[in-house]
Unconditional design. Structure first.
Length: 236
């Protein structure tokens, strides 16, 4: 049974301060996203559990779920190719359903969600962007998803709080992605430098010539320079 949380301004200020502190002090993404979904449940009346859905070319991931049912509902939407989380992740800034029993937009998902006891949902698009890095944390698109066991509606104040939380989650995801890209760039630089040294020694050329040979091979074979460098290292 959902209790009436009705957060006042001080509750919201306190939550935002905690989230800002976690963003400033945490180096891992997971605790920050956990804080976002936890605060959504604590602050917004009618929200019983929450999670963050990320979608990319490899599939989908459910992050920071406050209940395992959130993961199940994400999977149902991916399988049926319909639902508010999927719609928010790929298209709309905000998707809201106050009563899934009256929902006509996603008949298959709505029926399945009602069987789990979920009656209302609200999803916010996260402004993520793609990354080609194999260690990527994010890529494609995502949504902050809020699930309720009672009929809505979520009021404008609830939507405003959720939007702030979604913004915080999006900022954390973008920061994590940039950190991984930075680390990848450093790694690539070291690998290229190591390979250049091997070419210099093997062919008795200077650094400029070694890099030129590697760059030409990269262009001729349409292969990233980092991959060419790794192959040179692996050939030892």
């Amino acid at each position: 049974m959902t209790t009436n949380k009705s957060p006042d301004l001080e509750d919201i200020r306190s939550a935002m301060a905690e989230l800002a502190d976690s963003f400033a002090t945490e180096t891992e993404l997971e605790p920050i996203l956990d804080a976002v979904t936890d605060q959504a449940v604590r602050l917004i009346d009618g929200v019983d559990f929450a999670d963050i859905l990320l979608i990319d070319e490899q599939g989908h991931r459910s992050l920071a779920p406050t209940a395992s049912l959130a993961v199940h509902l994400d999977t149902l939407q991916m399988e049926s190719l319909e639902g508010p989380c999927l719609e928010a992740a790929t298209n709309e800034p905000l998707v809201h359903s106050a009563d899934l029993s009256r929902e006509e937009r996603w008949p298959v998902f709505a029926a399945a969600a009602l069987q789990t006891g979920v009656r209302s949902m609200m999803s916010f698009h996260l402004y993520t962007y793609p990354s080609k890095n194999k260690r990527k944390v994010i890529g494609g698109s995502g949504a902050l998803n809020l699930f309720g066991r009672t009929v809505g509606p979520f009021g404008l104040s609830d939507q405003a709080v959720a939007a702030m939380l979604a913004t915080h989650a999006a900022a954390a995801l973008v920061a994590a992605n940039r950190q991984i890209q930075f680390e990848s760039a450093l790694t690539s630089r070291d690998i290229i430098a190591q390979a250049k040294g091997i070419v210099m020694e093997r062919y008795t050329v200077d650094a400029v010539r070694a890099f030129s040979l590697m760059s030409k091979l990269s262009q001729d074979t349409n292969t990233p320079l980092r991959e060419i460098a790794q192959r040179i290292i692996d050939s030892l």
